[in-house]
Each structure stands twice: as structure tokens, then as C-alpha cells.
Design a protein around this ligand. Structure first.
Ligand code: ADP
Ligand code: ASP
Ligand code: MG
Length: 439
């Protein structure tokens, strides 16, 4: 069984949705098709939700009306016959009635999450009816029946697997099962989500839960590139990556994959293939246990990083000091990304500032604290970096004119991480592209 995921741009226009219907039909065997919301929809739902949270009903209603027009036009072009256009209209009206109902009631965090989930529910329903119109037999598999997260927001992979297996056993004669990316239920059985970009994660979780042959992530670019194509002019696709390499790139900002996508696939050794919906002949990227032995493969960058330096004379010869520091972050459920130490100080980075004030208050009892926000981690990923002579020299030569705040090397053979001010990120990515890839 294949799990194939199509992102927002792959379903964002009626002709694209028709194209993926034909792509899916041409794929041999059974497949679970995971869809995102149409491009722009989740952003629009976030804007509506923000307006409603702030009691700005006019702003919310204007957004709802605009979005409705977009969907009415979409179904008009997606469906050919009058009877299917009528089905499309009924679907769109139903969802937009719900939006207006949510907007009129008491709007809280729970209604916000329910609102965000509608993007994937509507895209899958529209796609499913398109398949019907073109006489392709398919079934809808409601993600809210099997996808769940626990009280720590972690997916419940075993439960997902237990729920999926019997459903799949009964659907033996259907080759195409369509389900929603991104959405799930939480430990209170409320509608929730896997965070922005979460449809990739859905595909990987399903792939792991059913031990699929392959997970395919179809998007608007021909695979993982060696650098961020939104920032660097000349980038090239990478044919092969190991799970470890892809995991580092996804975690450190390569937007093509949700940060956690690789984790479940790697656990169950299910290869992940990245493909381009606009150019299906392009090779894309295959991510697996094997990968190639090439050295530096790619660079990614993650913004919104805060660096915290704790300076303490008590650190001198004091074992147990780092444990105390880490316990503070643990208490506030805030993961640390980078760390570097000297005899009198330790610097760490975090990407989650919600609990920052409380964390700093506790850290001040250990010594003096310095905080730098608006930082970016630049992550250079490859194979056996430590075995390549001069790799650090090349990196530092490329970044000779960029002030570097922190460096982490040797934690794994796959990664060199460098912290710079976000203002310097664009220059740093371009300089590394020239210096390391000669592009
Ligand atoms: P989808 O809607 O299909 O999930 P995304 O916009 O989330 O698509 O991800 C694809 C985008 O990721 C590309 O269009 C590209 O701009 C961006 N991207 C960032 N870094 C990389 C990278 N290293 N390789 C490929 N794409 C990247
Ligand atoms: N629609 C969701 C988002 O825009 C999930 C996804 O597209 O992966 O974040
Ligand atoms: Mg995405």
C-alpha cells in the first residue's frame, strides 16, 4: 500500500485537483491519498479565527464572504455536469453555514481549532466527488476517526494503527482511500491539529501505522533542494537523503517537510519520496535508510530562535550544574536546540518563547543571564561530516564576514549548526551556497 500526500498548491486550483486525480489513478495498487486544504485556505481560516478571538466580527465576516466566493468559483470549474455542480454548491454552502454559526457563537480556543480543521474536510470532500464524477471508485476515510494525539500533543501511533487496520481490512475492493491531512483528535476527544504544515506528518504517521511500501509527498517543487529556494537563487534538487539527514533538514527549517515528518517513517523503515505535482517525470528525492555517501548535501535555516547565555562562577568544577539548567527547560516543556559551553558560561537556544519569562526568572538564580532574540540556526547537513578534511574551514571561510553567535559540531555526524542574527541569514545562506556548493 502507498500513502500519497498532496499539499495545498497541488489541490489549490481546479485543474490541479483534476491532475492529481489522474496521477492517483495511474498509480498501481492500493493507496491512501492524504490531502491538504486548498492553498491559502488555512491562512484565511487563521485570519478569521484571529478576528473572532478579537471580537472583530465585521473583519471575520468579510473574510468568510471572500473565501466563499473563491470556493463557489472553484466548484464551478471542478465539476462538469450540472448535477455535480449542485453537489459542489451543497458542500460549500454547508461548510460556510458552519463558519457563520461558529462566528456567531461564543468563540473560544476549541471553536478556533474546529474552524481550522474545515480546510482539509472540505478539500477531501470536493476531491472525492470529483473522483465520483469521473467514475473512479474511491472512499472517504475520516481522519477524525483514527488520527489522535495525547496530552503532550504527541501522536498515538499504536492507537492509530489499531484503528486503521480493521477499517482497511473491510475495504478490500477499493483502491483509492481519501483522507484529511493535518487534523486529529486530542486527549479530550476534541478536534485538534498537527500544527501548520501537518499534512506531511499525517502521511508519515499513516505510512508507519500501516507499514506502507512508501510514503510519497507531492508538492510544488522537484524534491528537497540543497538550500532554501525562497532565499537562494540557484538551488539544485538532491536525489537521495538518509532519514537522519532529512530529519535534520526538516527540523531545521526546510519547509518542504513538516519538522516531525521523518520520525515515524524512520522508526518503521518506510521510505519517503518527495515528488513534484507540476513535473511528475522529475526524479524528486528518495529518503531512506540507505542514502548516498556524498558529503555536504544541504543547508536549511530556522528562524524565531532565542539564545540564552547563563554565566556563573559556580559552574567552575561544579558537576550537576548543567542538569539544573536543563531541568528548568524541562519544567516549562521547552526544548533546547543548540548548546555550547565554556568553563564559566553555557549558551542554549530555544524556538518556543511562551514560557521565556518564567524560564529566565529561574535561571537568574544560577548567575547572570544574557538573551538575544531574532536569531536563526543555519544547519549544514551531510554524511560523515567529521571525516571530511577541511569542512569546517570551508564553512568558516564562506562566513568570514558574518558575525557568528554560536556553533555546534560533533553532536552527530550529519550536522553543523551555526547561530546568526536573522538579519544575516539571507547573506549567510547565499555565501554558503557559493562556498560549499560552488553555485
Ligand atoms: P505544500 O503546500 O505542498 O505542503 P509547502 O509550501 O509546505 O508545500 O512546501 C514546499 C515549499 O517548500 C517549496 O515551494 C519551497 O519554496 C519550500 N522549501 C524550503 N526549503 C526547501 C528545500 N530545501 N527544498 C525544497 N523546497 C523547500
Ligand atoms: N493546511 C495545513 C496548513 O496550511 C496543513 C498542510 O497544508 O500541511 O498548515
Ligand atoms: Mg507543507
Amino acid at each position: 500500500m502507498l500513502v500519497v500526500k498532496f499539499g495545498g498548491t497541488s489541490v489549490g486550483k481546479p485543474e490541479r485537483m483534476k491532475k492529481i486525480a489522474s496521477l492517483v489513478q495511474d498509480m498501481p495498487g492500493k493507496k491512501i491519498v492524504v490531502l491538504s486544504a486548498l492553498s491559502g485556505t488555512t491562512n484565511a481560516l487563521v485570519r478569521i479565527g484571529d478576528h473572532l478571538m478579537a471580537q472583530q466580527h465585521t473583519g471575520a465576516n468579510n473574510e468568510i464572504n471572500e473565501l466563499e466566493k473563491h470556493y463557489m468559483q472553484f466548484i464551478n470549474e471542478l465539476y462538469t455536469s450540472e448535477s455535480y455542480k449542485a453537489i459542489g454548491e451543497e458542500i460549500v454552502s454547508r461548510y460556510f453555514s458552519l463558519f457563520r454559526l461558529l462566528a456567531a457563537g461564543k468563540f473560544d480556543d476549541r471553536s478556533y481549532r474546529e474552524l481550522l480543521a474545515q480546510g482539509e474536510l472540505i478539500s477531501t470532500e470536493l476531491f472525492y466527488h470529483h473522483l465520483h464524477e469521473i467514475k473512479v471508485s474511491a472512499r472517504l476515510l475520516p481522519a477524525l476517526h483514527f488520527m489522535s494525539i495525547d496530552e503532550n500533543q504527541e501522536p498515538e501511533l499504536e492507537k492509530i494503527s489499531e484503528r486503521l487496520k480493521p477499517i482497511l481490512e473491510t475495504l478490500t475492493t477499493i483502491d483509492i482511500l481519501v483522507t484529511q491531512g493535518y487534523i486529529c483528535r486530542n486527549h479530550r476527544n476534541e478536534i485538534d491539529n498537527l500544527k501548520r504544515g501537518g499534512s506531511d506528518y499525517t502521511a508519515s504517521l499513516i505510512g508507519a501505522a500501516i507499514k506502507a511500501e512508501e510514503i510519497q509527498i507531492w508538492t510544488d517543487i522537484d524534491g528537497m533542494h540543497n538550500n532554501d529556494p525562497r532565499i537562494v537563487k540557484k538551488t539544485i534538487p538532491i536525489a537521495e537523503l538518509t532519514f537522519d539527514e532529512a530529519s535534520e533538514l526538516a527540523y531545521f527549517g526546510a519547509k518542504i517537510l513538516h519538522p516531525s515528518t521523518i520520525v515515524p517513517a524512520q522508526k518503521f523503515h518506510v521510505p519517503v519520496r518527495l515528488k513534484n505535482t507540476m513535473d511528475e517525470k522529475a526524479a524528486g528525492t528518495i529518503i531512506s535508510d540507505k542514502g548516498s555517501r556524498a558529503q555536504i548535501k544541504a543547508i536549511a535555516a530556522k528562524d524565531g530562535i532565542t539564545a540564552i547565555k547563563i554565566k556563573s562562577s559556580r559552574m567552575l568544577l561544579a558537576y550537576g550544574f548543567l542538569r539544573k539548567v536543563f531541568e528548568v527547560f524541562e519544567r516549562y516543556k521547552t526544548p533546547i536546540d543548540m548548546i555550547s559551553t565554556s568553563e564559566v558560561a553555557v549558551s542554549v537556544t530555544i524556538d518556543e518563547n511562551k514560557q521565556l519569562d518564567k524560564i529566565l526568572e529561574e535561571l537568574r538564580t544560577f548567575g547572570t543571564i544574557e538573551v538575544d532574540d531574532n536569531q536563526s540556526i543555519i544547519c549544514i547537513v551531510g554524511n560523515m561530516l567529521s571525516e571530511k578534511e577541511g569542512v569546517l574551514k570551508e564553512v568558516f571561510q564562506s562566513l568570514a564576514n558574518i558575525p557568528i553567535r554560536m556553533v555546534s559540531y560533533g553532536g552527530s555526524p550529519n550536522n553543523i549548526s551555526i547561530l546568526v542574527s536573522t538579519k544575516q541569514k539571507e547573506a549567510a545562506l547565499n555565501l554558503l551556497n557559493e562556498g560549499l556548493f560552488k553555485l
